[in-house]
Design a protein around this ligand. Structure first.
Ligand SMILES: Cc1ncc(COP(=O)(O)O)c(C=O)c1O
Length: 392
């Protein structure tokens, strides 16, 4: 077993898995992958795992692509879908990357896995490490992780350390110590994570019956997921599975928006935000590790990164819940918030085919949901009391 590497030793850029398109076409031609159930592993031939490697799966992927007609009518749109990644086994898109990442870690003979996390990565890693019988060490920023996510990491048996600092500081500790301590890092700097996450783009194309949407709105924190989607769309087009790729609009929270700032200032270098803040704790990241990959992806798509306020995020969270029955966490509502902002500013043609990615389930952060709603009334156990309550 060699030493794991996450970045190129000469240029410092993060490693990336490159697909041999001709070979992949040959491999795909031998199977009817679309006859398999929709899931991450429907696309096994397009994932970098040895043929005899064991797959550790909880049934990830295959998440619904909801056609949102009530929301669309409310916003005057023709064609709006939400890809609900909260429907994954641990409630976020991270499971796509973890099923591949953990299977790869086992194939490579790794014993202990680790990550720094705003919550979802630790919840997912802990679950998959448990499934694979591996030890798991997670670092979270003190006091800034939603309670449901913390409960998941603890329940799945991870060793959880709360770091006195923010995500960026916790992540630096992980990267500075992993080699010395023999820990295999499964943050999104790990290229195998990105490989699993790219399958969401394949799925959207299959669910739209052989095409990409015109626009994809997606929240951006560390930037791994947006880069993964672009990789997925690009590969699917190169494989001849779809004729087009979408324009990517990356959405950041106003208080944690170094990538959106790059776009607004047309700069080529990132200026990290030293004290990132937002109610969407999952994207409370000031120094995104994948900024180069995601900026390249968004630019190549002809898109851009913009910001939304916490108020806009929470408003979108409520709209999704009330119009469509989709309960997303705040970060999982940021893409819709960004799209609504674009509609209101006239920056999106209302006839476009749009997919918003909702990245995580609302039950992970019950505190923020409860804080926005009217408290339940306490009434007597009688018909009269109920009549009074409903106003009849
Ligand atoms: C729910 C949710 N949405 C969005 C993101 C941002 O993804 P990325 O860091 O890959 O940009 C995260 C990352 O933790 C997340 O948990």
């Amino acid at each position: 077993m060699g030493r794991p590497a996450y970045a190129c030793s000469s240029c410092g850029n993060l490693l990336e898995v490159k697909m041999d398109i001709a070979e992949s076409i040959t491999r795909l031609s031998k199977v009817d992958h679309r006859s398999r159930p929709i899931s991450v592993w429907r696309y096994r031939e397009l994932l970098p795992l040895g043929r005899s490697a064991e797959v550790f799966s909880l049934g990830e992927g295959g998440t619904p692509l909801f056609r949102c007609s009530r929301l669309a009518r409310e916003l005057g749109l023709k064609n709006l879908h939400i890809k609900f990644e909260g429907a994954n086994p641990t409630g976020s898109f991270k499971d796509r990357g973890m099923t591949v990442g953990i299977s790869k870690a086992k194939e490579l003979g790794m014993k202990i896995v680790t990550c720094a996390s705003t919550g979802n990565t630790s919840a997912s890693l802990a679950a998959y490490a448990g499934l694979a019988g591996m030890r798991c060490v997670v670092l979270i920023p003190e006091g800034k992780v939603a309670i449901g996510k913390l409960a998941q990491a603890m329940m799945h048996g991870a060793m959880v350390a709360s770091v006195k600092g923010n995500f960026d500081q916790a992540f630096k500790v992980v990267m500075d110590s992993s080699e010395r301590l023999g820990l295999y890092v499964l943050n999104s700097v790990n290229p195998f994570r990105i490989e699993g996450q790219k399958t969401a783009a394949y799925e959207i194309c299959d669910q739209l019956e052989g095409k990409s949407p015109e626009y994809l709105y997606i929240p951006v924190g560390n930037g791994g997921n947006s880069a993964a989607y672009w990789k997925g769309f690009t590969e699917y087009e190169a494989l001849g599975a779809v004729p087009n790729r979408p324009i990517i609009r990356g959405i950041q929270a106003e208080g944690s928006a170094p990538i959106a700032r790059m776009f607004s200032t047309q700069s080529d270098e990132i200026v990290p935000v030293s004290k990132p803040e937002t109610v969407a704790t999952a994207i409370r990241i000031g120094n995104p590790a994948n900024w180069k990959k995601t900026v390249r992806a968004i630019r190549e798509s002809g898109g851009r990164a913009t910001t939304v306020t916490d108020r806009e995020i929470l408003e979108a969270q409520k709209m999704m819940a009330r119009f469509e029955g989709i309960f997303a966490e705040p970060a999982g509502s940021a893409a819709l918030a960004g799209m609504i902002k674009d509609v209101n500013n006239g920056d999106l043609d209302k006839a476009s085919e749009v997919v918003c990615v909702s990245t995580g389930h609302g039950l992970k952060d019950p505190d923020i949901a409860i804080s926005q709603c009217v408290k339940p009334a306490t009434i007597e156990a009688s018909v009269d009391a109920l009549r009074m309550f409903v106003g009849g």
